[in-house]
Design a protein around this ligand. Structure first.
Ligand SMILES: Cc1cc2nc3c(=O)[nH]c(=O)nc-3n(C[C@H](O)[C@H](O)[C@H](O)COP(=O)(O)OP(=O)(O)OC[C@H]3O[C@@H](n4cnc5c(N)ncnc54)[C@H](O)[C@@H]3O)c2cc1C
Length: 303
């Protein structure tokens, strides 16, 4: 029986695993492929203290994985299908059919999009021009041309505080007019760098390594916009928690309910990262949560 199994190899799981391994805790990180973690898809690590344009998210992931292995942490590529409580801990069943027993578990399996069909190019250019969180990511694209889409007050209220930072903003409105109060429309129209294109929709996001062109359909015609950034407003998210079954209390959006120490309602089970669907999803916060979950697991192991 190992001391801790960490499920999920994104920044949350990696940070938790590294912290535990450095504390000489006997751990196993069980993760599906490196490539499907959110951070591995980012072309640069400028969002991260000490990161740079030269270091990609994938290289950061590889670096942390080798740090874990150098600290004698075990990494297994597999998918956890099920977890059950057993005497003194948990039994974890993997897709390969193997099982593991451990004293504590840290869940770091990220979140799932809910009710949103990705545009052509959206997944390919995620983190390479395509972003979802204005609050977190807008500054990374300041000075560039942004394409945003929407017709409601909610979209414009979110966009306005950042509008000045962009060289130009194309607002693609999927209607003949904006659906908001007159004063808000006037505020938007006063921004000299905002061009509103009515009766239009996004069709495709194209580029080489990063976003370069956005194809829209406007008034029945296809049009190419030269842009380096595309903001896709966030839609509903749910926690990727099906594998947890009924082991712990979940919110309506399927996220484990946790204490300030990231402990779930099931003793010995901790959760961190995007799985918690917190308001702010930022790589630094995610990594910090992984550390906090690891320290809480150590406290639990020490009784
Ligand atoms: C929609 C969205 C958009 C974002 N956009 C940006 C952005 O543009 N720029 C930016 O800097 N940050 C962005 N972030 C923030 C940042 O990428 C995340 O906060 C952080 O990287 C998430 O790390 P994580 O480890 O919690 O989850 P993830 O990176 O999602 O990692 C979870 C891992 O767990 C694995 N997994 C899932 N289920 C199982 C299982 N049963 N068994 C084993 N493994 C499993 C998954 O395959 C995945 O590899 C975004 C976050 C989200 C949710």
């Amino acid at each position: 029986m190992s001391d801790c199994i960490i499920v999920g190899g994104g920044l949350a799981g990696l940070s938790a695993a590294l912290t535990l391994a450095q504390h000489r805790v006997d751990i196993e990180l069980i993760a599906t492929s490196t490539a499907d973690t959110r951070v591995a898809r980012l072309s640069a690590t400028t969002y991260y203290p000490g990161g740079s344009n030269a270091a990609s998210g994938a290289s950061l992931v590889e670096h942390i994985r080798s740090q874990i292995q150098s600290s004698k942490g075990k990494i297994t590529t597999d998918t956890v299908q099920k977890i059950e409580a057993v005497e003194n801990g948990f039994q974890v069943t993997l897709a390969s059919g193997a099982t593991r027993q451990c004293r504590t578990v840290i869940a770091a399996t990220g979140l799932l999009h809910h009710g949103h069909t990705a545009l052509p190019g959206e997944d390919k250019f995620f983190g390479k021009g395509v972003f979802y969180h204005l609050k977190v990511d807008a500054p990374l694209y300041f000075g560039k041309t942004l394409v945003a889409t929407g017709k409601t007050a909610d979209i414009v209220e979110r966009l306005l505080p950042y509008a000045q930072g962009f060289e130009k903003i194309y607002l693609i409105v999927p209607a003949t007019k904006l659906d908001m109060t007159e004063p808000l429309q006037q505020q938007l129209q006063k921004c000299p760098n905002v061009e509103i294109i009515y009766s239009a929709s996004l069709k495709d996001i194209q580029g080489l390594a990063e976003v370069g062109t956005v194809i829209i359909q406007a008034a029945g015609q296809e049009r190419q916009l030269h842009a380096q950034a595309v903001w896709i407003p966030t839609h509903g998210h749910i926690g990727n928690s099906e594998w947890l079954g009924n082991l712990t209390n979940l919110s309506d959006s399927k996220t484990p309910l946790v204490s300030a120490q990231l402990a779930t309602s099931c003793p010995g089970l901790f959760a961190c990262g995007d799985l918690l669907c917190a308001e702010y999803q930022h790589p630094s916060l995610t990594a910090a949560q992984g550390v906090a979950a690891a320290l809480s697991a150590i406290q639990h192991l020490n009784g």
